[in-house]
Write a new protein. Structure first.
Lengths: 477, 564
């Protein structure tokens, strides 16, 4: 299906649509909240009763909603892990740190339709007996913070927030907290540390699973902006209707950010799995194809941390046939449905829903050097493999992209990256290792050729001299 | 009198079975954490019980767990659970083990940090497997790529974990061909601490110690990634009274003691177990010396007393031992030990009962005080010690600055109100009823017995180790020993009886007090029987009720608690 399905961004880009409360209310805003608060206790066949909160939680589970922040974890399942017996308050945090390179979807909601997020959050908080929630917004989005603060103030004025919300007896406060500009503040436990006023060093798990020992060591839910906005629609539509959107196990809609060397970079809301990567890049309703005369070289399918696809790569996907049997079908990378499961089966991930397109005019070593500079700069530096490995890879790639490569650098890089993934405190370890592992493995001939050419050009293969290394060192700041 | 802690019978310890390197062992399900709270036993603790030490940098048993160095990564597996939620069995009926692997790359083992991962029943840990070894090698390589390798000029050399693990997991050559990161090498963190940021492996032990043990949130990291560096907060000196402990726990040579740095190679130090004498807490220490010169004190772990720590003031209070002004010769009519002691004994024997008084020091050992008490009893002498108070804190430092006030009281040298007999002694000298005064280790001119009063005495016998107004006025000065130069025991503020060992030799002609007191007591009273410190202590324990049942041997390295 080569067209958008705008659910969350339905109004956002409509002419005349503003961030004002009145505008939101005119478009049916806060109807879902009213509906949620008014849900009657449900009698179950076995005689038990189900509270409004339990019904919403059940609905979110049944809707199949998967987290839009990166890992694609079931939202309903995440909520079910929350320790509700601890006697401690439960917190909810909206992760609005959106920093994964290539990703620019949460900000569309924040800047253009903030009340939708606020409403989704209030419902999610209500469903989880949360009375205090935070929106942690990335430091580089001061306007977004201002818009959200205004939206919260307006919601408070209408008693959608505060004490005894709309006479329901339910109290909730939401605060906006601005980060200071660090990618790692998007990692949920780093975010929590930062919110507590500390350095955003991610926590070790075990024991610090947010659902049990989160903010201030209390049970905490961390959800992405888009995930929370979707909750509003699940309540409005009902879980069954929501689950009809998208494809099985990959329900609902997703805002995909398409960037890089395409004619029309932009964001597109589509039903999950209903459009292929190829369509998202080439169709005129989406990315509009490559620039004239260029050929596709690579795609980073799910934000800069995801493993790259090489043009022409084929994957075996498990598909349920008409007879109900699972069969493996071969699929070209461009024909991969853009959903959670297919991309995972293809060895990568849909991550933050950001497709970055690389065409044949680009030196692949330089692309990776650029990415690795980001990770070397953003590693929080808490744990050894990522701290040392991210800068090591960056120094080697910088050296390579500045004409001082060696033939063995490809294996050197692979080995450094292997020693990071799976050995770190947080998933940043994978985030910095995966680009290197996938780029070098899939474009190995180019990396080796580059190294060989540099060696030949430099001094007959003796490797870089000290002066070359110093000249090639990336900036220190 | 009971001599050991009386605790209620411990509840039965719940055990679980795991395998370490294929060998099945039973380990307690719960183990005390850094605060002594029971927590699920970790892989690292379980491996230690199986005699498999897991290498680690950031983990310290007395600090909250950080899990940042990753040196303790181990390969492991857990019993496989089938779709029916039942354990899956091998053909021989043993449980099938699912080795932990990377979910996205099932051919690669995924380690767990042993320091923070709890064990579970049936778990298998492989601390010696090739995969575990590879993980350690990789972490070590990462730690070394930017390390300055200053070993030849680094104070930590010889007791450096980076060096130690390099022997086990390092390579002789480096494949790192990039430029190393450079960082500040001489950062003045505070009055006692110098930091070399290049050597720091960012393990955060010092940060956690300062914040969670010393209660001074003074240290932190700045910058990001590999360029992170340890620093103190702007304008705030790292100057609490416990800063030097960070030098001990720093696994590398990043934090150095301004006092000790560049003074002595650690492998030359002769070390012995001792006790700090600067307050009534009696922190357990190790004294390090070379060629009869003391170079440092370091804390020694004792959970009944000081955990693994000591205060800076106590640690640095050793310079007097090496003082050039130490008393090394007998001063008096006779200057040879046996003659002098006989001379003194004769004087004391002739003294009318009640005409002798004695000021002993609560910095003296139980054994010395016990001998002095024997003398005092024989002479019917009025005795006391000198109280010494200052500020205490919540962690270790006691307001009582004497290391053995309780010993002095229990043995009967000091009255319950220490110092309350001093005015009486002064009065006695003034009125002429006291003609002979014996002083050990105190300058009595500072506590109400002026030099003028001392001048009225017919005999003033003093033993000390440094000169003062009292030794100046003495007829006899017997040069004694610092605790580093002898053996003995103290009773700390909580009734812990702790012994300490000799490290250096007495200066010049000086002798350990208990040795010459033993002779003097024999000369005066005719009593004999204890020629060794062991015998002396055991004899005392029989005679002094509070010590009953305790023996020198039973004191061990960590001491024994008695009822006060
Ligand atoms: C290095 C790193 C950076 C992350 N950055 C973000 C981010 O900017 N925004 C976000 O929503 N999630 C981010 N995540 C994922 C969060 O940790 C968390 O899984 C997510 O907020 C959960 O929300 P969801 O379940 O609704 O997806 C990041 C994770 C990692 C490891
Ligand atoms: S993996 Fe990287 S970002 Fe995550 S805690 Fe370790 S050093 Fe920090
Ligand atoms: S100074 Fe030492 S203790 Fe502190 S973080 Fe660095 S290596 Fe660890
Ligand atoms: S607390 Fe007392 S005994 Fe311990 S080190 Fe300090 S002065 Fe010495
Ligand atoms: S000892 Fe450092 S991570 Fe376990």
């Amino acid at each position: 299906m080569s067209q958008e399905y705008r659910l969350i961004l339905k109004n956002a880009d409509q002419p005349g649509y503003t961030t004002d409360m009145d505008c939101y209310l005119r478009h049916g805003g806060y109807g879902a909240l009213k509906k949620a608060l008014a849900l009657p206790v449900k009698d179950l066949p076995d005689g038990k009763k189900m509270t409004a909160q339990e019904q919403i939680r059940e609905d979110v589970k049944a809707s199949g909603l998967r987290g839009r922040g990166g890992a694609g974890f079931s939202c309903g399942l995440k909520w079910s892990f929350v320790d509700r017996k601890s006697g401690k308050p439960i917190y909810l945090i909206c992760n609005a740190d959106e920093s994964e390179p290539g990703t620019f979807k949460d900000r569309q909601i924040i800047y253009k339709d903030p009340h939708q997020l606020v409403e989704g959050m209030i419902i999610s908080c209500f469903a989880n007996d949360v009375h205090l929630a935070y929106i942690y917004i990335r430091g580089e989005m001061p306007d977004g913070a201002r818009i959200l603060k205004k939206a919260l103030a307006d919601a408070r004025a209408k008693n959608f927030l505060g004490k005894n919300i709309l006479g329901s007896g339910y109290d909730l406060e939401i605060y906006v907290h601005r980060g200071a500009g660090a990618y790692i503040c998007g990692e949920e436990t780093g975010l929590i540390e930062s919110l507590e006023g500390k350095r955003a060093y991610p926590r070790i798990k075990p024991p610090y699973f947010p659902a049990v020992l989160g903010l201030y060591m209390c049970p905490t839910i961390v959800n992405n902006v888009e995930t929370l906005a979707a909750v509003k629609h699940i309540v409005t539509m009902g879980s069954a209707e929501y689950a009809k959107l998208g494809t099985p196990n990959n329900t609902g809609t997703r805002i995909v950010s398409v960037s890089g060397q395409v004619k029309k970079p932009g964001y597109f809301e589509v039903e999950v799995g209903k459009a292929t990567i190829g369509e998202l890049i080439f169709h005129e309703k989406f990315g509009g194809g490559l620039k004239d005369g260029r050929k596709l070289k690579a795609i980073i399918p799910g934000g800069s941390s995801s493993k790259v696809f090489k043009a022409g790569e084929k994957f075996k996907l498990k598909r349920k046939g008409a007879d109900g049997q699972m069969t493996a079908v071969e699929v070209d990378m461009l024909d991969l449905p853009y959903d959670f499961d297919s991309l995972q089966q293809a060895g990568s991930m849909s991550g933050s829903g950001a497709i970055i397109v690389v065409d044949d005019s680009t030196d692949i070593v330089s692309v990776l050097a650029n990415l690795s500079e980001f990770y070397a700069h953003e590693s929080c530096g808490q744990c050894t493999p990522c701290r040392e490995g991210s800068l090591w890879m960056n120094k080697a790639l910088h050296r390579m992209s500045h004409g001082h490569g060696r033939k063995q650098d490809a294996d050197y890089l692979l080995n450094i990256a292997q020693n990071i993934q799976g050995r770190t405190i947080c998933a940043f370890g994978e985030a910095c290792a995966w680009p290197v592992l996938s780029f070098v493995n899939k474009f190995k001939d180019e990396f080796v050729a580059k190294g060989a050419a540099d060696e030949a050009k430099n001094h007959g293969g003796a490797g870089p001299t000290n002066e070359m290394k110093i000249a090639a060192s990336p900036r220190a700041d | 009198m009971s001599t050991t802690e009386t605790k209620p019978a411990p509840p039965p310890v719940e055990k679980i079975k795991i395998k370490v390197d294929g060998r099945e062992i039973e380990v307690p399900k719960m183990t005390p954490d850094w605060q002594g709270k029971m927590q699920p036993t970790t892989m690292l603790q379980a491996c230690a019980l199986a005699n498999q030490d897991v290498p680690h940098y950031c983990y310290h048993p007395k600090l909250p767990i950080a899990g940042n160095c990753r040196m303790c990564l181990v390969e492991f597996g857990t019993p496989m659970i089938g779709p029916d939620r039942q354990p899956v069995k091998n053909e021989d009926g043993t449980p099938k083990i699912a080795k932990s692997v990377l979910p996205y790359e099932p051919s690669t083992p995924r380690g767990a940090i042993a320091c923070a991962t709890p064990i579970s029943p049936g778990m298998e840990i492989y601390p010696s497997s090739p995969a575990t070894k590879q993980m350690r090698e990789a972490v070590l390589e990462s730690l070394l790529i930017n390390h300055p390798l200053d070993c030849p000029i680094c104070d930590q050399a010889g007791e450096c974990k980076l060096q130690e693990y390099s022997v086990d997991y390092g390579k002789a050559t480096s494949r790192f061909v990039e430029e190393k990161e450079h960082k500040p090498k001489q950062v003045d963190l505070g009055p006692r601490i110098m930091l070399d940021d290049e050597r720091c492996i960012l393990c955060s032990r010092c940060v956690r110690f300062s914040k969670d043990i010393a209660g001074d949130d003074a240290l932190g990291f700045a910058s990001r990634g590999s360029r992170n560096f340890l620093t103190n907060f702007p304008g705030k000196k790292f100057d609490n009274n416990y800063t030097l402990n960070t030098v001990d726990i720093c696994p590398v040579g990043a934090l150095t003691s301004k006092d000790f740095r560049f003074q002595m190679r650690v492998w030359f130090l002769k070390e012995s177990k001792s006790v700090c004498t600067s307050c009534a807490t009696g922190c357990n220490i190790v004294i390090g010396s070379r060629e009869n010169k003391v170079y440092r004190y370091e804390p020694r772990e004792n959970d009944a007393v000081n955990s693994s720590w000591m205060c800076d003031a106590g640690r640095l209070n050793y310079k007097w031992i090496n003082s050039e002004f130490r008393l090394t010769q007998i001063k008096g009519p006779k200057t040879e030990w046996s003659l002098a002691l006989r001379d003194i004994a004769e004087t004391l024997r002739k003294a009318p009962l009640g005409s002798v008084a004695m000021v002993a020091s609560a910095r003296q050992t139980n054994e010395e005080l016990y001998l002095l008490k024997k003398l005092a009893t024989k002479l019917n002498a009025l005795t006391d010690s000198v109280p010494r108070t200052g500020e205490g804190d919540k962690l270790l430092v006691n307001a009582d600055k004497n290391p053995n006030s309780n010993g002095a009281k229990l043995i009967g040298i000091a009255p319950a109100q220490m110092g309350s007999n001093l005015p009486k002694i002064a009065e006695g000298i003034h009125s002429g009823s006291i003609k002979t005064l014996i002083v050990f280790g105190e300058d009595v001119t500072k506590c109400g017995i002026s030099a003028d009063l001392l001048g009225k005495l017919s005999t003033l016998i003093v033993s000390d180790i440094l000169p003062n107004k009292t030794t100046e006025a003495a007829h006899y000065v017997l040069p004694g020993c610092a605790h580093a130069e002898k053996r003995g025991s103290f009773v700390n503020t909580k009734g812990r009886v702790q012994r300490f060992m000799q490290n250096t030799q007495p200066k010049g002609n000086a002798r350990a007090e208990w040795e010459f007191l033993h002779e003097l007591v024999y000369d005066v009273t005719g009593q004999n029987g204890f020629v060794s410190i062991e015998g002396l202590f055991n004899q005392m324990a029989k005679e002094v009720p509070a010590f009953q049942g305790v023996t020198w041997a039973a004191l061990g390295d960590l001491g024994v608690t008695i009822n006060l």
